[in-house]
Every structure is written in structure tokens, then in C-alpha cells.
Design a protein around this ligand. Sequence first.
Ligand SMILES: Nc1ncnc2c1ncn2[C@@H]1O[C@H](COP(=O)(O)OP(=O)(O)OP(=O)(O)O)[C@@H](O)[C@H]1O
Length: 857
Amino acid sequence: MSSSGDIRIPSRLPLLLTHEGVLLPGSTMRVSVDTARNMQLVRSRLLKGTSLKSTIIGVVPNSRDPEHETEELPALHSIGTAGLAVQVVGSNWPKPHYTLLITGLCRFRVEQLLRERPFPVAVVQQLDKLEQYAGLDSGDADVSSELGELSQRFYEVALQLVGMLDISVPVVAKLRRLLDSLPREALPDVLTSMIHVSNKEKLEILDAVSLAERFKKVLPLLTRQMEGLKLLQRTRKPRLDDDRRIIPIRKGGGLAPGQLSMEDDGEEEDSDDTSLLERRVRGSNMPEAALRVCLKELKRLKKMPQSMPEYALTRNYLELMVELPWSKSTTDCLDIRAARVLLDSDHYAMEKLKRRVLEYLAVRQLRNSLKGPILCFVGPPGVGKTSVGRSIARTLGREFHRIALGGVCDQSDIRGHRRTYVGSMPGRIINGLKAVGVNNPVFLLDEVDKLTKSLQGDPAAALLEVLDPEQNHSFTDHYLNVPFDLSQVLFIATANTTATIPPALLDRMEVLQVPGYTQEEKVEIAHRHLIPHQLEQHGLTPQQVQIPQDTTLDIISRYTREAGVRTLERKIGAICRAVAVKVAEGHKATKTPSSSSSSEVTTAQEGGNKGEEPIGGSVDLSLPPEMPIVIDCQALKDILGPPVFEMEVSERLTLPGVAIGLAWTPLGGEIMFVEASRMEGDGQLTLTGQLGDIMKESAHLAISWLRTNAKAYQLTNMAGGPDPLEGTDVHLHFPAGAVTKDGPSAGVTIVTCLASLFSGRLVRSDVAMTGEITLRGLVLPVGGIKDKVLAAHRAGLRCVILPKRNEKDLEEIPAHVRADLQFVATSCLAEVLDAAFDGGFRGPAPSLAPPPVLSKL
Ligand SMILES: Nc1ncnc2c1ncn2[C@@H]1O[C@H](COP(=O)(O)OP(=O)(O)OP(=O)(O)O)[C@@H](O)[C@H]1O
């Protein structure tokens, strides 16, 4: 699209005769070359020539059909366009041919044909010379003013037309950019090559050597094109959702006011839509920086056709920006006394946690600020961590939003994707804010311990910024790309264990342990909260179903084994469903006329009273059930099936070489059996049950200590020798082999188990123990005492052996549990063994060989 003014073409040009299309100066055309003459020209001039000059050829329109090309050269058109062959592509299929890409430089007149074969060559006269058009400021004032006016009018119409063309077509976009800088005299040719005109019309433009004539000839073509476009827009108007290829005319930007009337109604609606968005952007109260970005995006949006994929992206972005609660917040209504009542009424037990939460809220109320550590509730599943978080939001009168972080391994889950990505979206924090619609909600970051690292970055690192009160006032989501103030958000985190929380994250949080519940607490929680909740969920009333405390205790001890109450709630749900069926059937039965006899109903109820078929059996369905339906042991079995967990503890301790340890897992405390056996061998120790290194070391320590003290305790090998390992292999197994176990706290249990094996004496079946050991036989403190003691209590054990230095932890244990259990605090292994065996361990064994294997029952 350059002016031809500075171009000098050679005076002799090889001629390419085109039979389709007319090349005009300033435009580029693809020409298919397959006639003999043209092929020759390409081969000998374009493919062999090396200079720039050799790539300039004369393109002359030829109306004769190439199929009928004859030896004789047709009469040549007198005007042609000198063109630069910028690309030559050859192909042999379907027949040998070339495709040329030629850019038109300037017009020429054929003066004299020099030769015809193998391709025509002619002496030419260059026509489009800048000097010639410099008539705009030439001496002839009339000509110059007429040309000036013409060119100005032409420019205005051109501007209007270009505004209507589809900007997504690259050449249109380029033209729009260059329109102002292009010399006016180049415009007629350039625009003619872009609009719909016939070859004949193009030929006329080519022949219009005088500039004024060219302006005059092209003007009606432009007007015709605009009319056509307008008509097209009008016919498309009813299909508003259509991809409109016509872009709206730019507002402002040099157009005369009258020209705005060219916008049709469809465009008005479109711009209405964007101006509505603009109004929303301006009214959304967003900070200065965000507003600036939005306005910039709006400006881009206005210039984009809707068919562009970026249009939808930009629109979505702006919609999100408008919807975000930049300055919308709820008013805190914190009354500590009311908060206490609410927390107590929502949750039974968990006193320590509730106390700390109240302290936290009280400080926030007094300081009127949220800066401070983030609370992190750590405990087994189903102990009410999430539900305490929800209660906190309620006490504050704030919106609540839970962000599940379990399994999140991509940084952009927290911080969003940059908008350059296909399918990019904001992170969970910004999404959460959009969902709650206020900027001061309570966000519960659930399961922070389950965050994992991956190739997509470390989500925990992204959370650091979110949780740091010093930084989170300008949290920048990649998608938004402008800071959002998170300082008003109250974050609470939950986790099952602190072990897998990244240290930097843990450092920003105050950990509050939420231990598991005792059986009695579970019974209370069930009756105060879970049963009423489940009844409501199933549309039942206490008048229809009653679950006595004994039944609840039965569910807890025989159908669940958990630290929390989630399975318990599920089991209660199962009971409610079964009852709901009965009640619904009863309703139907009472409505049928056949059951109208009251005496019959009474008889049926009496049958029910006997408890023969309380619920699951074959009750006569035509009769209404007795109300309330009481869930007794039999009904429980019918609904839930046979008990899942039986008291198997004493059954498993009928042989020497078995002891019960206490383990702590993220799911709460557990009792753990340790089994040992010995066989003839050469002193090997085999350990099975997926043990970690620390546990393996504990086993070696235990063996060494027993060998050292074998004499004192009269421990012998299989042959009765003084070294327990001489000629003997020992195998230690920790059942539940699929679960990895580690930690030092099984030390005392291993020693006790081996002492039982080597001495042939049975360990007390009602004793569980925990404690780390040293080579010298000392017992060191361990963690998780409360959960471990609760697990022992759950399992129905009577005595717990624990390290002396853990005695202080017993205070946390509810009084009734403490009352049920006997605690033996030990500081050395001798004390442990004394407590673990009936009658102590020092005294001689009642009978050593052969060991009478008696049940302790
Ligand atoms: N002390 C309690 N008082 C009343 N209801 C409770 C108590 N503890 C737990 N619940 C109930 O137990 C159910 C499970 O609690 P929740 O979902 O809060 O457990 P969680 O500790 O968050 O578990 P997870 O770690 O698996 O997320 C809820 O219905 C909750 O109301």
C-alpha cells in the first residue's frame, strides 16, 4: 500500500497475461499460471533471475479464455500494472502450474511489443507518477481545488466504509490503521481492490489514468458497497445472537455527526449492552486501579466484533469485575454472650475449643480488627470442625463459604489462571467472594493438610499470601490482575493432622486441637443434635420414633468405630429411613376403608407391643404401626444388620505373645494388637505390618533390652537356654497390615509382647499401653494421650499403662472416662511389665512348660 511516486519501473517489461482478475496498484493478487507463455515467463524470469528488477513484471488483463490460447498473441490491452512477484509456488497436480503472489506497483501503457515468444516483452511507459498527481498543489488553481475537494470527499466516504467493514479481516484492520497515512491518490485503487466490483469495473478503474477521473469512478462504487452492507445489517437484525461480521461504526474518531445515523438498530442494542455494562462498571464502587483496567477493557470490547472469541472472554471478565463485592459488606453483630449461647446450643462438649473461639471473637470485638492468627481446627473427621466454623459465621452475622482444599495441587486453583490461557478462570478465593457477594465473609479453608504440590506449582505457597494479614489487603488473583482487599475476610482452616501442613502455612495459624468424643459424649450429641436433625430431614417427629439411650450406645459401640460422629449420624439416618417407610405405609393403611375397624387396629398394636416384629420383619402392612416406633436392640439388628464390631479384645489375648498398644492416627485413637511368635532358627528378627523406620528401631531396642535382662526375668529360648534368641527366630507382626504404622510409642507394647512370648505368660486382656522406650529401659512420654485413652475406653479396656510424664495429659480426659479406667503411670520398663501381667512380672511364672493356654475370660 505504498505510493507509486518513488517507484521507477524498467522501460522493458515481460508481460503476464491474466485471464481472471485485474491487478491494481497498491493491492496484492494471487495469479494462477498455467498457459505456455506465462509458464515460460515464470521459469526464465522469475525462477532464474536473481536481481530485484527481474521480479518486476507487467500484468496485463486478457479477456481471452486460456483454454483457447493460440500461437498467435491476442490483441493486448493497452494499460497494465507493473507488479512485484513476491512469491512463486509451483505444483504438478493436477497439471504443472505455478501460483504467483503479485503486488501491484503502478500503471503502465504498452508502447511497443518487442517480441511475442516465448513470452511477450514490451517497451512500456510508466503512468502513475507522483509528480503527475502533485496537481493538488500545482499551478492550475481550479484543477487543484477540484481535485482537493474530490479527494477530501473520497476520503470521508472511504472512512465511513472502512468503519463498516469487518475488522477481523486482517487487511481491513491494516487499512483502518493506515487510512490516514496513505496518500490520497492511492486510495481509489486500494479500496477498489477490497470491495465487491466486477472485473469489468476494475478494468475501467485501471483505465482511468487521470486521478480525478479515478476518484469520480470509484466514488459510486464505494457508495454502492455501503448500501449493500447496510441492507445486509438490516436483514440480519432480527437474529441478534448471530455472529455479526459488520462492526459498529466507531463513535467519535473523526466521523461527522451525521454519519452516526448509519448505525442500525441492531448496533444500537449492542452498544446499549456495552453502555449498560459501562454504567455497571462505573457504579460498582471498585477501586481506582480496577476501574482503570475495566474502562480500558470496555474500550477494547466496543471495538471488537462479537464473533471474536476474545469478545466473550473480555465480557466475562468485566461481568466478574462488576459482580465482585469491592465495597459491599455485612455489619458484624457480635455479642459475646449471645455467641456463647449459640455455640453451646449448636455443639455439645468441645469446651476447650469453644472457649478459645469465644476468646478469639472477644478480642476481635474489642480491637475491632481482624489482624491476628488464623484459627486452624485440627482433629479427626466428623468431630464438628466444619460445623463450628459455620457457627462462628452465624454468631458474627456474616456470610459463610467453605473452600474444599482436599486434593488441590495446582497453584491456579487458589490464585486463578492468567487470562491468556484458554478456559482461564479466577481462583477459589475470588470465586468464593463472588458467590457470597460481600467482602467480609467467613471462609473455611477445609482440609488444608490435604494440599499437594505438583508441576503446576505449590498451592500452599499461594495460600500464604491469602492468609498473611500483612499482605492480603492486596491479594492479586492472576485472572483479575488487579489487587483485591481480603483483609476483611475471616479465615478459618481445618485439618486432620498438622504433620502434612507446610511449616510456613502452619506458622501463620493457631492450631486448636479438636479431640475425638467419648462414648457418653457421643450419646449426648446423638440425642441433642443428630437424632432431632435426622428426624427433621426425614420428615419424622419424636411422636413417631423413639431411639432409647441404650440403643444409641449399641450403635456407637457395635456399629461404629470412629473418633467423630459422622458414621453415627449416618446410622441414625438409616434408622430414620426405615421408620419413614413404616410410617408412610401406616398412613396409607389408615386412609384405606378396610382398616376402619378400631378393634382390629388395637389388636395389631398389641401384637407390636410384644416386640415380635418391631420393624424390619413381616408386619402386616395393611395395619398402621404402633406409634411411637421404639427402636430396641432387635429393631436395630433388623435395620442395620448384624453388629459390625464385636468385642474381640479378650478373644485375641488367649495366647502368650500378644499385647494391646494404643496408636494415634489422623482419624483419632486406635487400639493396636502386637503379635509375636518364635520358631527354630539362627536369631533372626522378622517384622511385618508395614512399619516405618522408627517402629522397626523400637522393635530392635525391645529385643536388646529383653536379652540384656533375660536372666533377671528368667526369660529363655525354645530350648530353655538363657539367651532368648539363641537358636530361635522371632517374628513380630502388627495387624491391619495394609496400614502404614510408625512412631516410637509402640515401644512398651513390643517389650510386653516379647516378654510374654519368652516367658510363656499371658498379658492381661484388659490392659492397653503406650510409651517410648530407651535401651536402658526408661519409658519416655508420647503424644495423643487423650485420643488413645478414649480409644481404650471405647474398646472396653479397664487399664491404661502410660509414661509418667504424660500423667498431666489425663486432665483433658472427661471425668467419667477417668473413673472407668485405671491408669498406671510408669517411668521404666520394669513397672510396665509389672502392670501388664497378672501378679506382676518379677515373680516366677505360675507354670512355664508346657504353657497351659487358658482363656482369661
Ligand atoms: N459437638 C457436636 N455437637 C453437635 N453436633 C456435632 C458435634 N460434633 C459434630 N457434630 C455433627 O457432626 C457432623 C459432622 O461434623 P463436621 O462436618 O463439622 O465434621 P468435621 O470435623 O469438619 O469433619 P471433616 O474433617 O471430615 O471435615 C455435623 O453434622 C455436625 O453437626
